[in-house]
Design a protein around this ligand. Structure first.
Ligand code: HEM
Length: 506
């Protein structure tokens, strides 16, 4: 569940489509209305703008900053940024119990408060704590830094810690293969690895030293932004469970692995203001440990959380909207509204082999039957979401291969296009101690250890905080990572691609 909350934490750092003032209504056709919790629902269209280019002529606006700038805790605009700061020693507001502070309406004071739930707001609080200890550390080593400078340096450091955890910890847990482990570590540290990069700095280009620390940002001729395809593949609401299983961490048997369940709380009670009140009673430690012990949902068909089909969505200020929505239907509508290609066209655009029959997509006969019923034999009509959820998965992958191709492209782009991960990833921008902090923090577990020193030792058996905490640690493999068959292949392909590109430019 921590992995699930993490990705919502990241989405709320990157994207939220701006809405128009015009409302529309979707009505369930009579044949299926019986199975729909809402027979009809109203919502706002997305705000369309002219792009000024011939293709696509129409685009949509993002109300969050797409950069990896920690806006999920720092805010997306001036008012938002002012709201979260204490204006003392660079720090952000946090309440005495370690959770987020709230305004008089009970809405959390944080960079992003829309559609929040307890697990998401807990991660926001954890990284506010992280920001504040970075401020303490910087103040100790650079006593001349004033509030503004401490805030700015600490923001850079904390955002880079978040980006690093996402790259070499979260992504690797989600796509558990040696190839990905190698690929993501190469993105951050390069083929030479951490030890050599620490020793010699960023030398001999991105393959040898990684994208982070490149001399100049690379945007491949297109200004950085996140694409509609990216938003499409990140629609992973089926990760969300029906209920949160709270463990009784004070019980005498806590040290055994069979910690008793204290309560099962329906997810809808953990959302918005109500969820914040529940979280305040539960407390950060119990919530974190419980989430660590609970699996999230699978990104697969017929696993969409029922409570999301009758959801009280929030407006941008975190207030409940009067009209409930059926998120499952809305997600299909949104992709169509934004002209995101249907599944087969999407694959063609990614230079992937399209499907010709339903059997190319899945072996599941029940799914094939349902696809026939909805789309007949016309595989071109298959909606992206349905295809992504139905596609058979590569072993070790929590997501489809189609989604994975977008993941990989954008994972690199987010780093290489950003000057704070390239030109300015240096000690004069981050400070010496700030850069050292980023360099020494490798995983979410490191951050949890910093703020809850006894927690992971007592409760976490596994290697990554994104795994199920009671699961076995990743076994030691005496074959070095880049010599393992799958990752050696990745490294070889990267090196060949590099030589190819160099020869093209000569
Ligand atoms: C309790 C938890 C969550 C709630 C209540 C929630 C609710 C919502 C709502 C109401 C929207 C806007 C729908 C629209 O009008 O288009 C949305 C968008 C979205 N959500 Fe969630 N969500 C939750 C968790 C997650 C998680 C775990 C993910 C995982 C990746 C996620 C990914 C997204 C994405 C990619 C969008 C589209 C953003 C955009 O169109 O700009 N959400 N969510």
């Amino acid at each position: 569940m921590i992995a699930c909350s993490w990705i919502q934490f990241m989405i709320h750092d990157w994207i939220d489509h701006m809405e128009d003032t015009e409302q529309v209504e979707i009505r369930a056709p009579d044949e299926v209305a019986e199975g729909c919790p809402l027979k009809s629902f109203r919502f706002y269209k997305n705000k369309k703008v002219q792009t000024g280019s011939p293709k696509p002529e129409i685009g949509f606006l993002n109300s969050r900053t797409p950069w990896w700038d920690g806006s999920v805790i720092y805010g997306n605009n001036n008012d938002g940024m002012i709201k979260v700061r204490t204006f003392k020693d660079g720090k952000l507001k946090i309440s005495g119990d370690g959770l987020l502070e709230h305004d008089e309406k009970g809405i959390p004071i944080s960079g992003d408060v829309r559609n929040c739930w307890a697990g998401f707001s807990l991660l926001q609080a954890l990284f506010v704590k992280e920001h504040n200890v970075v401020c303490d550390m910087l103040k100790e080593h650079c006593p001349d830094l004033d509030d503004e400078k401490l805030y700015r340096h600490a923001r850079l450091v904390t955002s880079a810690v978040i980006a690093k955890i996402h790259t070499i910890d979260w992504t690797v847990e989600l796509l558990k293969t040696d190839t990905l482990l190698a690929g993501m570590r190469i993105n951050w540290y390069g083929f030479f690895g951490k030890k050599i990069k620490d020793l010699i700095g960023h030398k001999f280009g991105p393959v040898c030293s990684g994208l982070v620390g490149l001399r100049r940002p690379r945007d491949h001729g297109i200004p950085y932004s996140l694409t509609e395809e990216f938003v499409g593949v990140y629609r992973m609401h089926s990760l969300l469970p029906d209920k949160v299983i709270l463990l009784d961490i004070k019980s005498a048997t806590s040290e055994n692995r069979s910690t008793p369940v204290q309560e099962e709380v329906p997810m809808w009670e953990m959302i918005g203001k109500q969820g914040e009140r529940r979280l305040a009673k539960i407390g950060m430690e119990q919530m974190l440990i419980s989430m660590g012990h609970q699996s999230c949902g699978a990104v697969t068909l017929w696993n969409y959380p029922s409570w999301m089909r009758n959801l009280v969505a929030h407006d941008a200020d975190g207030e409940d909207r009067p009209d409930r929505v059926d998120m499952a239907a809305l997600e299909i509508y949104r992709d169509r509204e934004r002209n995101v290609a249907r599944y087969n066209e999407f694959r063609r655009n990614m230079l992937m082999i399209p499907i010709s029959t339903w059997e190319d997509l899945t072996d599941d006969e029940e799914v094939i039957e349902a696809l026939h019923e909805i789309y007949g034999d016309d595989v071109e009509k298959l909606d992206l979401q349905v295809g992504l959820h139905a596609e058979k998965k590569i072993k070790g992958f929590a997501i489809s291969e189609t989604a994975f191709s977008i993941f990989l492209l954008i994972a690199s782009r987010r780093l290489e296009a950003d000057r704070f991960f390239t030109t300015n990833f240096n000690s004069s921008t981050y400070t010496d101690k700030g850069l050292e902090w980023v360099n020494k923090t490798e995983t979410l577990k490191d951050v949890i250890d910093r703020h809850f020193p006894k927690m992971t030792g007592k409760w976490m058996r596994c290697s990554s905080a994104f795994s199920l905490w009671s699961s076995d640690p990743t076994p030691r493999n005496c074959i070095p990572l880049y010599l393992r068959p799958a990752s050696a292949c990745y490294v070889l392909v990267s090196i060949l691609a590099c030589f190819f590109l160099i020869s093209c430019f000569q």
